[in-house]
Write a protein that binds this ligand. Structure first.
Ligand code: ZN
Ligand code: ZN
Length: 154
């Protein structure tokens, strides 16, 4: 099974390199549906420091429960998602599991992706990618406060 398309999200910028592969077992007990399994994700993300795209592979374990949405107490404070358990709600006789898979993938994407822990990022002065190019810019310029303090002390 796989998903060919992935909806765009504004939260996190990534591109799937291939459809998400998943192997899930779905069990129903009374009205509670349990979905367990594993997802394999290959995605391309932009590094938070140097902005270069890099590829990651993620293996995500998924385990969620779905209960009928109609049993929801009619309270505006109820959230769509249960607090500590991975409980979701469904309505009707059919469950489209794609949105749950999307959500698991998004939840497992790094929030501040780095192409490598040692990424040097972009030079704030000349804009060169310091991983691939050398630049002669001085290190961080002295802060104005430091300058003022120095002239004050002199
Ligand atoms: Zn980087
Ligand atoms: Zn520079």
């Amino acid at each position: 099974m796989d998903i060919a398309e992935f909806p765009r999200t504004d939260d996190i910028d990534f591109r799937l390199l291939k459809p998400v592969c998943y192997e899930l077992s779905v069990a129903k007990f009374d009205d509670t549906v349990t979905i367990d399994g594993a997802l394999d994700v290959s995605a391309s993300l932009a590094c938070g420091r140097c902005l270069e795209e890099f590829d990651i592979e993620l293996s995500v374990t998924m385990s969620i429960k779905l209960v009928p949405g109609t049993e929801l107490p009619d309270s505006p404070e109820m959230e769509l998602r249960g607090e500590d358990l991975d409980i979701y709600y469904y309505e009707g006789d059919e469950i489209n599991i794609d949105p749950f898979i999307y959500e698991e993938v998004i939840l497992n994407m790094p929030v501040r992706p780095l192409c490598s822990e040692a990424c040097k990022g972009i030079c704030p002065q000349c804009g060169k990618n310091k991983n691939t190019e050398q630049c002669d810019c001085p290190e961080a310029p002295l802060s104005l406060l430091g300058e003022n303090l120095k002239s004050f002390l002199n």
